[in-house]
Design a protein around this ligand. Structure first.
Ligand SMILES: [Zn+2]
Length: 352
């Protein structure tokens, strides 16, 4: 995320907090509950070039969020219970569900002990190619290519182009450009081909990230054995489903559920769309997930839950605990629903 965008978000959150607007608006915008999103939970790294830092929070921050959630008059519930409440309209008490995407090893090492200590149920969404050690964590590969080189060249529209990435500022700028470029492709294949090409040119072993960072099936089995934990599906190859054919999208969802069931003995009833923004999951994916019988499916579209989401259980919004904004007062504003209400133009459901 660009520094400017980060600054604007932070200013908005600060304004909502210090103006007291979040308190005034709360009754109208807070909805019935919130699904929180996490990715990595781990101690901070010293590297100055960390373009994916928004995807990680520290164990200390998670601990303070967990304590805060426990102090509030909120129900901390599982996805099954959330589904029941939304489906039955049993929305008398406000709730929070905690979800963690991708199945990183730090979920087991850092997040699990904290959530367990506070008895907070949580879900972990698994792209099955990660524990199968075949996954491509392409955003980390892109980071590694830029971090480890002073200059890179690549083919853009059939033309060889070179970029300097010597200084921290150049690295940040180039990563942002490359990230924006690959995300603008209309197909997932185009993105993967560019990243594979870069990995080949600059000796980045893309498969190694799985082994190093993601839980294997034995580790997942340990987590899954705890009744506090729900294992959800997150496709096989972590693809932006809206950028593949309907047939592939359906098979990605269906196969990940089947593989998890075969490996862990429980059939996932909940799904998370990889990347999850509107370029990655839309009405077609919401329909397919419903047709496949998933009870719920979550996006990364920002928002709290309203009773109206009962009609859109496979296109639910979430609120991300963003590594760039690790302040409890931001969490308070986000949980109040005011920030996302402003971002969404006070529209409660965004399922289009
Ligand atoms: Zn993911």
């Amino acid at each position: 995320m660009s520094g400017l965008k980060t600054a604007i978000i932070r200013t908005g959150l600060e304004t909502l907090y210090f103006s007291g607007a979040n308190v005034v608006m709360r009754p109208f915008v807070r909805g019935v509950g919130v699904i929180l999103t996490l990715h990595h939970v781990r101690p901070p790294r010293p590297d100055r070039f960390q373009p994916n830092r928004l995807l990680e929070v520290t164990p200390g921050f998670l601990e303070s969020v967990a304590r805060y959630l426990r102090r509030r008059r909120l129900d901390l519930i599982s996805l099954d219970e959330m589904h029941r409440r939304l489906a039955e309209g049993d929305c008398g008490r406000r709730f929070v569900c905690v979800t963690i995407d991708d199945g990183y090893r730090d979920t087991l090492q850092w997040a699990y002990p904290i959530l367990k200590k506070h008895e907070i149920p949580f879900a972990v969404y698994i792209p099955t190619s990660f524990p199968d050690r075949l996954g491509e964590l392409w955003w980390l590969a892109l980071e590694a290519v830029v971090a480890r080189n002073m200059r890179i060249s690549l083919l853009i529209d059939g033309e060889e182009r070179g970029f300097e990435c010597r200084t921290l500022a150049e690295k940040r700028h180039l990563f942002e450009e490359l990230y924006g470029w690959v995300r603008s492709f209309t197909t997932e294949d185009q993105l993967r081909n560019v990243v594979r090409d870069l990995c080949g040119r600059y000796q980045v072993d893309i498969a190694a990230f799985c082994e190093e960072l993601c839980m294997g099936w034995d580790e997942l089995a340990r987590l899954a054995a705890d009744p506090l934990v729900t294992i959800g599906a997150h496709t096989v190859n972590h693809v932006m489903l809206a950028k593949v054919t309907e047939r592939s999208a359906r098979s990605e969802m269906e196969m990940s559920r089947a593989v998890i069931e075969a490996a862990l003995g429980t059939r996932p009833a909940h799904l998370s769309y990889p990347v999850g923004d509107r370029t990655s999951a839309g009405p077609r994916e919401f329909r397919i997930a419903a047709e496949l019988g998933f009870k719920t499916a979550v996006t990364t579209r920002p928002g709290v839950l309203f009773r109206e989401h009962r009609e859109h259980l496979t296109g639910l919004p979430r609120i991300s605990l963003n590594g760039e904004h690790q302040q409890l007062r931001y969490v308070r504003v986000l949980l109040s629903g005011t920030a996302t209400a402003v971002w969404n133009g006070f529209q409660r459901v965004d399922a289009a």
